[in-house]
Design a protein around this ligand. Structure first.
Ligand code: ACO
Length: 311
C-alpha cells in the first residue's frame, strides 16, 4: 500500500524582530527574566497568516519540484486566520495558483501534528499530494500591557509537501488528544486579546506532552532510546526540559528554535524541524518524535521515519 512521505519543506518568518530589551521598554520585564523563565531572546512580529503561508508553501513546493496543479489538497493549521472567514487556506490556495480543496484546521499549537496525521490519512485514502502549512500570527492578538503573555509569542510559518510513495510508511505512530475542560486557561475571544493562566498551562503542558509522546511511541513500537531527534512545540524551554525528564530524554536530542522565534503556535514544530534539517541533525532513516500541546487543551504527537528523497 502506498504511503505519504515528506518531499519538500520550507519556513517563513516576518522581517520585523522584537528583542527582549525592546519589550522591557514597554512592560515591567527584563531580558534576563525572559531568557531565564522562558528561553526566549527574540521573536518575529507583524506577519499575516496568508502572507507567511504563501511564502513557506511556495518554497516547499519548489523544493519538492511539484507544480500548482499537482497539489490535491491544502491543509492550513492555524488558530489565527487573518479573517473570520473566508479560511486563510482559500486565500493561500489562490496565491499559490492551486486547483484543489483548501481548509483551515484549528488545533492551536498542536495544529501542525494534527495536520500531519490528517494529511497522511488523505494520502492513504487515495490523494497523491497534500500541501500542509502550519502558520500563526499571534502578535496582533497580544495585550502589550500584559507582561505574562506579551514576552512569549511570535509569528511564523512552516510548510511541507507530503507525497504518495511506494516506500514503507513514514508515519509509524501518532496520538491526537483534546481536553476541553481546560479551554478556559488559554483563550482569545473574537476581537479580543490572548488570556492565559500561565502556571496552569505549564503544569498541564508537561503532562500532555509526556502522555502524547508515550502513546505515539507505543503505537510505533519504539522507545525513547530509538528516537534520534525530538521536535517539541516551542513554548517554553522549561516545559520542554520537564517533559523530557519524564520521558527519559536529554536535551541534546531536542530541536530548538524557541530562543529566536518565541512561541509561534502551529508554526513552531515545522520551524524547529526545518532548522534541524538545515543544521544536518536529521539523517535518512532517523526516527523523529514530533510532540506539541496548545489551547483547547489540545495535544498531539507523531513518530515519523525520515525518508525524504535523496537530493
Ligand atoms: N517579566 C518579569 N516578571 C514577570 C513576567 C515578565 N515577563 N511575567 C510574569 N512575571 C512575574 C509575575 O508577575 C510573578 O510576580 P509575583 O511573584 O510578584 O506575583 C512572577 O513573575 C512569577 O510568575 P509566574 O507566573 O509564577 O512565573 P512562571 O515562572 O510560571 O513563568 C510563564 C510564567 C513564562 C508564563 C510560564 O508560566 C509559562 O511559560 N507558562 C506556559 C505558557 C505557555 O506555554 N503558553 C502557550 C501555550 S501554547 C498555545 O496554545 C498558544
Amino acid at each position: 500500500m502506498p504511503h505519504g512521505r515528506i518531499t519538500g519543506w520550507a519556513t517563513h518568518l516576518p522581517e520585523k524582530v522584537l528583542t527582549n530589551d525592546e519589550l522591557a521598554k514597554i512592560v515591567d520585564t527584563s531580558d534576563e527574566w525572559i531568557r531565564e523563565r522562558t528561553g526566549i531572546s527574540t521573536r518575529h512580529v507583524d506577519g499575516t497568516v496568508t502572507e507567511m503561508s504563501t511564502e513557506a508553501g511556495r518554497s516547499a513546493m519548489a523544493m519538492a519540484g511539484v507544480a500548482a496543479d499537482d497539489i490535491d489538497l491544502l491543509l492550513l493549521a492555524s488558530c489565527t486566520s487573518d479573517q473570520q472567514f473566508p479560511a486563510s487556506a482559500s486565500v493561500v490556495q489562490h496565491n499559490l495558483g492551486l486547483t484543489c480543496g483548501a481548509i483551515d484546521m484549528n488545533a492551536a499549537c498542536s495544529g501542525f501534528v494534527y495536520g500531519l496525521v490528517t494529511a497522511m490519512q488523505y494520502i492513504d485514502g487515495g490523494l497523491d499530494r497534500v500541501l500542509l502549512i502550519g502558520s500563526d500570527a499571534l502578535s496582533p492578538l497580544i495585550d502589550w500591557a500584559d507582561r505574562g503573555t506579551c514576552v512569549l509569542f511570535g509569528d511564523g510559518a512552516g510548510a511541507v509537501v507530503i507525497e504518495r510513495s511506494a516506500e514503507e510508511p513514514s508515519l509509524l505512530g501518532w496520538d491526537l488528544m483534546s481536553d476541553g475542560s481546560a479551554a478556559g486557561i488559554l483563550y482569545c475571544d473574537h476581537g479580543g486579546k490572548i488570556v492565559m493562566n500561565g502556571q496552569e498551562v505549564f503544569r498541564r503542558a508537561v503532562l500532555a506532552m509526556e502522555s502524547a509522546a508515550r502513546k505515539a511511541m507505543e503505537q510505533a513500537a519504539v522507545t525513547s532510546d530509538d528516537i534520534a531527534l525530538v521536535v517539541p512545540h516551542q513554548a517554553n524551554v522549561r516545559i520542554i526540559e520537564a517533559s523530557f525528564k519524564r520521558l527519559g530524554l536529554t536535551m541534546d536530542r531536542a530541536a530548538m528554535v524557541l530562543h529566536r522565534t518565541g512561541n509561534t503556535s502551529a508554526a513552531s514544530i515545522p520551524l524547529a524541524m526545518v532548522d534541524a534539517i538545515d543544521a544536518g541533525r536529521i539523517q535518512q532513516g532517523d526516527l523523529l518524535l514530533l510532540v506539541g500541546f496548545g489551547a483547547g487543551m489540545s495535544s498531539a504527537a507523531a513518530v515519523i521515519r525520515w525518508d525524504a528523497p535523496a537530493r
